[in-house]
Design a protein around this ligand. Structure first.
Ligand SMILES: Cc1cc2nc3c(=O)[nH]c(=O)nc-3n(C[C@H](O)[C@H](O)[C@H](O)COP(=O)(O)OP(=O)(O)OC[C@H]3O[C@@H](n4cnc5c(N)ncnc54)[C@H](O)[C@@H]3O)c2cc1C
Length: 340
C-alpha cells in the first residue's frame, strides 16, 4: 500500500518519503500470491475498488518499464485429497499438467478476468517508479502540532511532511492506537517450488489432508518459472516486527504435498522457499482507506485482507486524489472511511 500510494502521489508531483522498518516488500506484499481477479469482489463494497484496480494493473504493466511478472491467467477449481483419488475424473476440459489424483471441477476465471503479478517485484517496481526517498527506520508515532499531523517520529528523529499516510499493514494499530478501527494480522504460509515448467494457470484447490483437515491451497505458477503455493491459516499472534515471523516447516510440507497430489510435475519439484506472512484484517472485513478521524493531515491505507495486491493500485490512486485534491475522483471511498 505504501508503494502504491507513493507511486500515485509522485504522479501528482508530490515529493514522497517512504519509511520502512525492515525491507521493502519484506512482509505480505512480498510473500503473497499476487493473484488478481476482476469480478471476485462483485456483490460486496469492494466490487468497484477491485474492478478499478484490475484495470489499473493492466495500465501499470504498460506504464512501468520493469517486468514484474504481470500476465493474464486461466483459473481453475480443483478437488484433491492427500490420500486416494477423486472419483469421476475432470468435470471440465483440464490442462494436461493437472495430471495427479485430483479432478478439475470448473473454470473460475479466464484471461479476461484473472491475472497475476510477482508481489515483491511489483512492490519494488512501483516504489522505484515513484522515485520516492526510502528511509529505513521504525516509525514510532505521528507528530501533531495544533491538532494537525505534521510528520512522524522515526527512531527518535522528526520527519516533517504535509501529509502522513499510515500503511503499516497488520502493524498499523501499533502507531495509530485507538484513532482507527483495530487492524489485526492473520498468518498464512507459502512455499515456492522449482523444476516444473507450467503454463499461465492458477488453481484453487479443495483439499483434505489424510487426518481430515479441510484446506484451500492456491497454486500459482509464475512467469519466472517458480510455482507459488499458499494456504494454511494460523492464528499465531503478530510478532513485533516482520523479522519475527516464524515459519512452520510442517505447514510448508503440507502445502508442497498438496501441490504434488494435483500434478506429477509438482510432485517432483523442489521447495526453494518456505515463508509465512500476516495479511492485515479489520473486524468488518473492509479496508481502511481515507482520513484518520480527528487528525487532519493524516491518512491510512490498510486492512485489505486477502486482496491487498489486487486492490493496491485503486487504493493508491484514490488516496493520492484525496490528499492532493481533497476528494477521490476515481473510486467512492465511503465504505472504507476509517470513521465508519
Ligand atoms: C499467504 C498470503 C497470500 C496472499 N495472496 C494474495 C493474492 O493472491 N492476491 C491479493 O490481492 N492479495 C493477497 N494477499 C493479501 C496481500 O498480501 C495483503 O493484503 C497486502 O500485501 C497488505 O499490504 P500492506 O501494504 O497493507 O501490508 P504489508 O505488506 O504488511 O506492509 C507493511 C509494511 O510496513 C512495515 N512496517 C511495519 N511497522 C513499521 C514501522 N513501525 N515503521 C516502519 N515500517 C513499518 C513492514 O515492515 C511492511 O513492509 C495474501 C496474503 C497472504 C498472507
Amino acid at each position: 500500500m505504501g508503494a502504491a500510494v507513493a507511486y500515485f502521489l509522485a504522479q501528482r508531483g508530490a515529493a514522497v518519503t517512504v519509511v520502512e522498518r525492515s525491507g521493502v516488500a519484506c512482509a505480505a506484499s512480498g510473500k503473497s500470491g499476487g493473484f488478481l481477479a476482476l469480478d471476485w469482489c462483485d456483490g460486496s463494497a469492494l466490487g468497484p475498488l477491485a474492478r478499478a484496480s484490475f484495470a489499473l494493473h493492466a495500465d501499470l504493466a504498460r506504464a512501468i518499464s520493469t517486468d514484474y511478472g504481470y500476465r493474464r491467467l486461466d483459473t481453475y477449481m480443483v478437488v484433491a485429497r492427500e490420500r486416494g483419488s477423486v472419483s469421476g475424473g475432470h468435470r471440465v476440459e483440464a490442462p494436461g499438467w493437472i495430471d495427479g489424483d485430483g479432478a478439475v471441477t470448473g473454470a473460475l476465471g479466464s484471461t479476461e478476468t484473472t491475472a497475476q503479478v510477482h508481489p515483491a517485484r511489483f512492490t519494488n517496481a512501483l516504489l522505484d517508479a515513484s522515485r520516492a526517498t526510502v528511509r529505513m527506520g521504525v516509525v514510532q508515532e505521528v507528530i501533531e502540532r495544533d491538532g494537525v499531523a505534521r510528520g512522524v517520529r522515526v527512531d527518535g528523529e522528526t520527519l516533517e511532511g504535509d501529509a502522513v499516510v499510515l500503511a503499516l499493514g497488520p502493524w498499523t494499530s501499533h502507531v495509530a492506537g485507538r484513532r482507527l478501527p483495530r487492524v489485526r494480522g492473520l498468518k498464512g504460509y507459502s512455499v515456492t517450488l522449482a523444476g516444473a515448467d507450467l503454463p499461465a494457470h492458477a488453481l484453487f484447490v479443495d483439499y483434505r489432508t489424510a487426518d481430515g483437515r479441510a484446506l484451500e491451497p492456491e497454486i500459482v505458477p509464475r512467469a519466472d518459472g517458480d510455482v507459488y503455493v499458499c494456504g494454511m491459516a494460523d492464528h499465531a499472534p503478530l510478532p513485533e516486527a516482520p523479522e519475527g515471523v516464524e515459519v512452520s516447516d510442517a505447514a510448508c510440507e503440507v502445502l508442497a504435498r498438496a501441490a504434488g497430489r494435483v500434478s506429477t510435475a509438482l510432485a517432483k519439484a523442489t521447495i526453494t522457499r518456505r515463508q509465512a506472512c500476516y495479511r492485515p484484517v479489520t473486524d468488518d472485513g473492509l479496508p481502511l482507506i481515507g482520513r484518520v478521524p480527528g487528525l487532519p493531515g493524516a491518512y491510512v491505507a490498510t486492512g485489505h485482507g486477502p486482496w491487498g495486491m489486487l486492490n493496491a493500485p485503486a487504493t493508491g490512486l484514490a488516496l493520492a486524489e484525496l490528499i492532493t485534491q481533497g476528494a477521490s475522483a476515481s473510486v467512492d471511498l465511503d465504505a472504507f472511511d476509517p470513521a465508519r
